[in-house]
Design a protein around this ligand. Structure first.
Ligand SMILES: CC(C)(COP(=O)(O)OP(=O)(O)OC[C@H]1O[C@@H](n2cnc3c(N)ncnc32)[C@H](O)[C@@H]1OP(=O)(O)O)[C@@H](O)C(=O)NCCC(=O)NCCS
Length: 191
């Protein structure tokens, strides 16, 4: 019988040492919009969606759609908040999900004033463990522009294996051709 991922019981929140990592809920859009506004100059070179600063209403609509997708298990946005005060310090998630293969790709960005403190490394480690233990992942992937040094350092720091660099794979935000680094951890090798 065909199975439907919407029936899977999946926790909506989990913690690491300093962070609360959770699915989006109603009204998160305002917090996300503030974080994007503060970080737009750092996001612009790497994130196609950051070409135009969204309005708070657009961010709220985006959050509500992300919640719907989380519930149908088609894409799992995960917001990153500080446990000590609830401040939203970045966003991540499990994307390009293949439930039959149990393959997940982790994406991430940090709120600029919270960069350089290991928060994203900590979040990606916790999300990788969540994928392995709660979602029975067979493959967890990180893809990034080969010029995005800060991004590929996160994958390296966490012991992801660089499988290869796909040349001229797509266009960068500035329209130039980009090479994409593909990192992964797979069951039976890295975990
Ligand atoms: C990619 C991105 C999230 C990386 O942010 P970051 O702040 O470098 O990542 P972390 O939060 O893991 O912090 C790591 C840095 O903190 C330092 N650090 C301090 N305390 C640390 C700790 N406890 N653990 C790990 N690192 C720590 C590390 O040394 C590292 O600094 P370094 O690179 O100068 O050595 C950020 O550059 C970003 O948002 N870029 C724009 C969006 C983007 O490109 N997303 C990825 C698309 S593929």
């Amino acid at each position: 019988m065909a199975y439907d991922p919407i029936l899977f019981s999946i926790p909506e929140a989990f913690e690491s040492r300093r962070l609360l990592i959770r699915a989006p809920i109603l009204d998160d859009g305002i917090k996300v919009n503030e974080a994007i506004r503060e970080s737009i100059d750092d996001l612009l070179p790497w994130m196609p969606w950051a070409k135009t600063m969204p309005t708070p209403e657009e961010s709220e609509a985006n959050i509500r759609k992300a919640r719907l997708k989380f519930l149908e298990r088609s894409d799992m946005r995960l917001l990153i908040l500080l446990k000590e005060n609830g401040k939203l310090i970045g966003s991540s998630g499990l994307h390009n999900i293949d439930w039959k293969v149990r393959r997940f790709e982790i994406g991430y960005w940090v709120r600029s004033s919270f960069g350089g403190q290991g928060y994203i490394t900590e979040a990606v480690e916790a999300i990788t463990n969540f994928a392995i233990h709660e979602l029975q992942a067979n493959r967890v992937e990180i893809r990034c522009d080969s010029k995005n040094i800060r991004s590929y350092r996160v994958a390296e720091r966490l012991g992801f294996t660089l499988e290869g660099i796909i040349r001229n794979e797509e266009l960068s935000v500035d329209g130039s051709l980009r090479d994409t680094m593909v990192f992964s951890k797979v069951r039976g090798v890295e975990f």
